[in-house]
Design a protein around this ligand. Structure first.
Ligand code: NAD
Length: 451
């Protein structure tokens, strides 16, 4: 097993030199990153095509454009976020002033998954740099082309004592986790998330875990059906359903079921054409193992839309399955592919109860015009975040921190959330020496006696 001690030591030395702490260093590093991403745009798109058959449009909107926007937003606000914040001081502390300093943790480990292999490696890095840290990133081994281009890009602009990319799979991750980091940021599956948390516990290292799970989508009887169908088709089949916040399964009210399914079929056709498997802009499944896992879900229920697949090219059509129950295989774990199971309901409380009985989702989507229904769902089900009358969009705004709750994750990031995640908020009380109030001291005359 490779040993990463010397790399971590090097980063520790660099961090303790104070170089990364200056705001101008951070801003210039972010600018270098932004410039390099623009320069590498074509190479990144080619790599994403080779790894996942991603279209240029999806590659730009979900991998490249989104991180360029995140850099721009953070650059704009960084000076103000990083200033010590003066806060109130209680009357008992008269004479003193209180401040909160945002301080970098030090050396950060970022472990990324394969589904948005560029975005999910870079977005946490932006937060780590903005907050003044050094970082080691382990991108996914399942998308070797994108991970290689990403590694080259980082190598070209940053010295390894500041930011380093370590390529490899599970063994590499495990070897990295033997070292002591000041923060670990992990994006991936729940099962590996638990391993990360255990490894972090050895040094009491704080973690962010961006995990997954089954994210429900509810179409209530008063929903705007045509729009719901289009927005659900977009959020579900983008990246061939390999999105952590994709609607995993759908609850549709029985009164609007038929109309919804009709509109969903039209929306899929509108987005991917009559033969999605031949569409050059339709993403493929990342590996044979995942393809076969998804294939096994098609043995139960009734396929009413799609269902065609091509094992050689690892592609599965946008597929909708009805006659599904919670005991079917497809309802056990996160699907992470272009298959949407449909459950029907009559009463909203049954839906709420059904979801409550399962682990907290990362995202939840509700389509309804009724504000009472909206509030009921938002406040009675624990989930990371989500949308009313839309899907997935909540993660693309820097004003909303993005993360899970319970089994779908720990912590959140994006925008100011990223800066805060990678900063330790150090509380400082600055006391006056002009006077010294007596109440806090033991009063030998009237109060405590010395033994
Ligand atoms: P994964 O957990 O298999 O792998 C993620 C990373 O962990 C990879 O870099 C991998 O090399 C490493 N890894 C795998 N096994 C390990 C082990 N035993 N010890 C240490 N490291 C190990 O996840 P994945 O298949 O790459 O991604 C899919 C999962 O990620 C889905 O569950 C999805 O929901 C989740 N995800 C979550 C988010 C989010 O933002 N919350 C985003 C994307 C994906």
């Amino acid at each position: 097993m490779e040993n990463y001690k010397s790399l971590v030591d090097k980063q520790n030395m660099f961090f303790h030199s104070g170089a990364t702490k200056s705001i101008s260093y951070r801003l210039s590093a972010l600018q270098k990153l932004s410039d390099a991403i623009k320069l590498y745009e074509k190479r990144l798109m080619d790599a994403l095509k080779a790894d996942l058959h991603k279209s240029e449009f999806e590659s730009y909107t979900t991998e490249i454009g989104i991180v360029l926007e995140e850099i721009r937003f953070i650059q704009k606000h960084l000076r103000s976020w990083s200033k010590p914040k003066r806060v109130k001081t209680p009357i008992t502390h008269v004479g003193s002033k209180s401040y909160i300093y945002a301080e970098p943790y030090g050396v950060v480990l970022i472990i990324a998954p394969w589904n948005y292999p560029f975005q999910l490696a870079v977005a946490p890095l932006i937060g780590a740099i903005a907050a003044g840290n050094c970082a080691i990133i382990k991108p996914s081994e399942l998308t070797p082309n994108t991970s290689a281009v990403f590694g080259k890009l980082i190598n070209e602009i940053f010295p390894e004592e500041f930011v380093a990319v370590v390529q490899g799979g599970v063994e590499t991750s495990k070897a990295l986790l033997l070292e002591r980091f000041d923060y670990i940021f992990f994006t991936g599956s729940v099962s590996v998330g638990k391993i990360i948390m255990e490894a972090a516990a050895r040094y009491v290292t704080p973690v962010t875990l961006e995990l997954g799970g089954k994210s429900p989508c509810i179409v209530h009887e008063d929903a705007s059906i045509k729009l719901a169908a289009k927005r659900i088709a977009w959020g579900k089949f983008m990246n061939a359903g390999q999105t952590c916040v994709a609607p995993d399964y759908l609850y549709v009210h029985e009164n609007v079921r038929d109309e919804f399914l009709h509109q969903l079929a039209l929306a899929i056709k509108e987005l991917y054409g009559n033969e999605p498997l031949k569409n050059p802009n339709y993403t493929h499944i990342v590996s044979k193992r995942h393809f076969q896992r998804l294939e096994s879900f098609l043995k139960e229920g009734e396929i009413i839309i799609g269902g065609e697949k091509d094992e050689e090219r690892l592609a599965i059509e946008p597929t909708v399955v009805t006659n599904v129950t919670w005991t079917d295989l497809i309802m056990e774990d996160e699907i992470f592919g272009p298959i949407l199971p449909i459950l029907e309901y009559r009463q909203l409380p049954d839906v709420i109860e059904g979801i409550q009985q399962h682990p907290n989702p990362l995202a939840l989507y509700l389509f309804s015009e009724n504000e009472q229904v909206q509030d009921k769902v938002i406040t009675s089900i624990p989930f990371g975040g989500g949308c009313i009358n839309d899907t997935v969009y909540h993660l693309a705004t820097p004003y909303l921190p993005f993360g899970g709750v319970g089994r779908s994750g720990v912590g959140a990031y994006h925008g100011k959330g990223s800066f805060d995640t990678f900063s330790h908020h150090k509380s400082i009380l600055k006391q006056t020496t002009r006077f010294d109030l007596p109440f806090r001291y033991p009063n030998l005359k009237n109060g405590l006696k010395m033994i």
